[in-house]
Design a binder for this molecule. Sequence first.
Ligand code: GLC
Length: 660
Amino acid sequence: MSSLSIDQQARAAEAYILQELRKTEDGISVLKDKEFQTRLDTNFITIFAIFAELYGYRHDCLDQLVDLILMCGKSWQARDSELRIIDRQRELDPEWYMSNQMLGGVCYVDRYAKNLQGIKDKIPYFKELGLTYLHLMPLFLSPKPLNDGGYAVSSYREVDPDLGTMDDLREVAAELRKAGISLVIDLVFNHTSSEHQWARKAVAGDSEHSGMYWIFPDRNVPSAFERSTREIFPDDHPGSFIQLPDGRYVWSTFYHFQWDLNYSNPAVFRAMAAEMLYLANIGVDFFRMDAVAFMWKRMNTDCENLPEVHKLLRAFNALCRIAAPSVLFKSEAIVHPDHVISYIDRYECQLSYNPLQMALSWEALATRDASMLAQAIERRHNIPRGCAWVNYVRSHDDIGWTFSDEDALELGKHGLNHRKFLNAFFVNRHPGSFARGVPFQDNPRTGDCRISGTTASLAGLESGNEGALDRILLSFSIAMSTGGIPLIYLGDEVGQLNDYSYLNDPSKMDDSRWVNRPFYPESNYAQRHDPDTLPGKVFAGIKRLIHLRKTTDELSGGRAIGFFTGNPAILGYQRPGSGGAAIAANGRRSSLTGGQTGGLMNSMVLCLCNFSDEFEWIGRDRFLGMPESVVDLITGYEINLHHAGIHMKPHQYIWLKWTW
Ligand code: GLC
């Protein structure tokens, strides 16, 4: 063990690296850039400490770092001047993405717009909707027809030729930027496709490339790992490994054509870091860090959410701070809520999907009881400053019931049984269900199952249930107002239904998530301005919510404070304005900014959502300490809180605002 402190070690390592770089022309030119040097100096210790911890046992650890830093420097050199301007702007306004102006949309390029040119053509619509963030689902070269919706990447530097070219993507990024829309792209870095050249070389027996994956000569080690790992896609293959034609075994968490990269090999880290910075320079604003939970493996663990994953993410993040400083990460960890939160950190992932709020919004609609959702908002919503949830109603994936069993038990719900009920309810195997979902990865052996379906079909529009429209809008009202960036799966804002055509496509029929990935719903969009049609009603409702969000400053930022309504069917939460004060359960007004409001007007928005199919009521005692008369932003009506409490219609949501 070294007797030097980590700081001293880092300094020595940095000096060695600079010395090595000065030996090459490339290195000399990289070091000429003052800005690069400063950023390197600030972030080097992070990268060094992580490298030393993960790879310090290797004799070539420092040389790996020399190569990494050189790659990073070259990448900074290649960064476009327009992107460098954004880098500087965002450094001056580091929480720009916490604004209430932010609104996200997500789509598959081919399904929504045919190709990248089609995406450019849709920019006027994105502006009409108010988007400031567009997630284009994986659009890189991938095997055909099986590619897990593009999540099996064969080259991170080639766009799928059916969609366009890298230059087209660069143009899309630039056009979106002009329109004030950030580009979000997946960094699928847990695995590559089996057709990636690294994988092909590994199959051919090349030892350098075999070392990039988890490949074993026989079943011994794989079987030992599988004693504690979870089956993720059991419909595709049991366990975590698949066999190669030559008899060897390769780790494959998801589909058999997606092979997990071996990050215990620093060459893998370096290779993926290079791909990341290459894409950052195309003009990507946010990387959606795909399947983060699975990136590190250790025997006798479930190989999910291991501490090393956090280190990898921090190292990737630090590299961006050096060579693409405006780029931010969004974690895709659809796991237990304790783990979801563990990825959220300015130095790790600044953004994260909010799978708990998403799943529990559906849970509350099914049970007509908002207790679990209220508990989640109260207990698990607030995350570190400068970090934001991405709040969605549903994604391109399935809905998994990822709540904590302990939380559920406190409310008298047995986790396993409750999940069984929810699965039955959402696939219409429960009497009185309004939902038309489809089971995903139904595993009778473990009892695990998840749900696929579009927002409209899950909310009851497909079954013709009369509460459907209100349920859709209620769900969106929550995503728009709890704090963070709301994200719309494009097409849901015009009420698109499930698309069962995947059942006729042999490459998709076994993956029910395709039911919730419909093609661009042309006729729904055509009717969006007609208030007599269902698409028109959904669109008008969502547009109104977007307008209110963007004109209500209290909805900026991420903090939400639970509000106990005393009625389990009604969810309540408060969003304090920047002057910030909340009404505590005892009715006393408490300052959230340490009393230093600097003369700012205090303001508050109290959101209430009725999950019941019936009229529901909140007693006036709940509103003690609040003004007598407040305005509901949704309807524009004034409400007297002190007279008779609040009566709410089935599925009604109200946003009460007052200032003082
Ligand atoms: C993520 C994606 C999902 C994909 C998986 C494997 O969870 O959202 O669609 O199947 O990663 O890449």
